[in-house]
Design a protein around this ligand. Structure first.
Ligand code: AHR
Length: 330
């Protein structure tokens, strides 16, 4: 039902208006459709939006790497809307780009538009986030993190941190964008890791949409509705940073009165960790640009690539954050 509605909306809009509507940011406008001219590869990339520090770093990495690799990038910002991404992909097909890459805002509802790309013989690369289609022939590869593993690492840290706690440990959870792969998987991985220890209770769990503003708003509501909060698990640093403002606003000490574990390891999050306001961060690496451009070149040349390429990531406590902060790129 939801899918039929989205398809109808997408089909009803003239795709040529796309770049004005969604805000074009990359280079390459006005080149000959197809090859990009003179053998240059044209890459159509549809980005989720600009919701977090992670996303800003990811966009910069993709734009810088395309430039360095001599790839003609047509960049489209979907402003968190699946219908904008579907329109962008249709526009890329119409422009006969050589390769399409995108970071899907949500997991489901992609089959129809990806079948259109396949029919047009345009290879598709998923970056950062996966889709839930069983038809893996719709894309050449998926480059990105294992979000279940990230959630699990956050939960494992918690079990160690609270190993000696005797009473209930009340946890509030700020989820990412509803229906997105990182929100679904980070919730799942964390739940798995704490499942065997009955003292851990997730007393409230709600989306903070991966943004600082929403993280603050939802944490304020949690602080009003919950009589005892021991831990905040935030699916990204931005929501944790918003929540820190809410906790301080309520007269409590983040990192002490309420322990905080989050995911990403962007500069502001790492600073909060170094300052003792966040207790632990699981890294999610946004610097996917160089690997993506290598893959684009390979699939454009018709070479085989692995179906799944997992990003390498680490974890940070306060000491490690202090050590790496001076060299942190983002
Ligand atoms: O898909 C990656 C997630 O999306 C990042 O963890 C989050 O900050 C971003 O918005």
């Amino acid at each position: 039902m939801k899918y039929r509605k989205l398809a109808a909306v997408a089909a009803g809009i003239v795709s040529l208006t796309l770049f004005t509507a969604c805000g074009e940011a990359g280079g390459g406008g006005g080149q000959t459709p197809g090859s990009g001219g003179g053998g240059t590869i044209t890459l159509g990339f549809s980005q989720v939006g600009a919701e977090s520090g992670w996303r800003t770093a990811n966009t910069k990495s993709i734009q810088d790497s395309a430039k360095a690799a001599g790839i003609d990038l047509k960049f489209s910002d979907a402003q968190q809307k699946q219908e904008n991404q579907i329109r962008a992909i249709r526009s890329f097909i119409q422009q006969k780009v050589k390769v399409i890459a995108f970071s899907p805002v949500v997991e489901s509802g992609w089959d129809t538009v990806l079948k259109e790309a396949k029919t047009a013989n345009i290879p598709v690369i998923l970056t950062d986030r996966a889709i839930d289609s069983p038809d893996t022939s719709l894309y050449k590869t998926f480059l990105g993190s294992d979000f279940v593993k990230e959630g699990r690492k956050a939960g494992e840290w918690l079990t160690k941190e609270f190993a000696s706690a005797t009473g209930d440990v009340n946890i509030v959870e700020l989820q990412g964008t509803t229906g997105s792969a990182p929100a679904n998987d980070r919730k799942k991985g964390f739940a798995e890791a704490i499942a065997s220890t009955s003292k851990f209770k997730v007393v409230a769990s709600q989306t903070g949409e991966f943004t600082r503003a929403k993280g603050k708003e939802v944490m304020e509501a949690f602080l009003k509705s919950q009589s005892k909060i021991d831990v905040l698990y935030a699916h990204n640093d931005d929501m944790a940073l918003g929540a820190i403002e809410a906790i301080e606003g309520a007269g409590k000490k983040p990192g002490t009165d309420i322990k905080i574990v989050s995911i990403d390891a962007v500069r502001d999050g790492m600073q909060a960790l170094a300052d003792g306001k966040i207790n632990y961060i699981v890294e999610c690496n946004p610097l996917l640009g160089p690997q993506l451009m290598d893959l684009v070149k390979k699939v454009a040349a018709g070479e085989q690539v692995p179906q799944r390429i997992e990003t390498e990531e680490t974890e940070f406590d306060q000491a490690k954050a202090k050590e790496v902060l001076p060299q942190r790129q983002y």
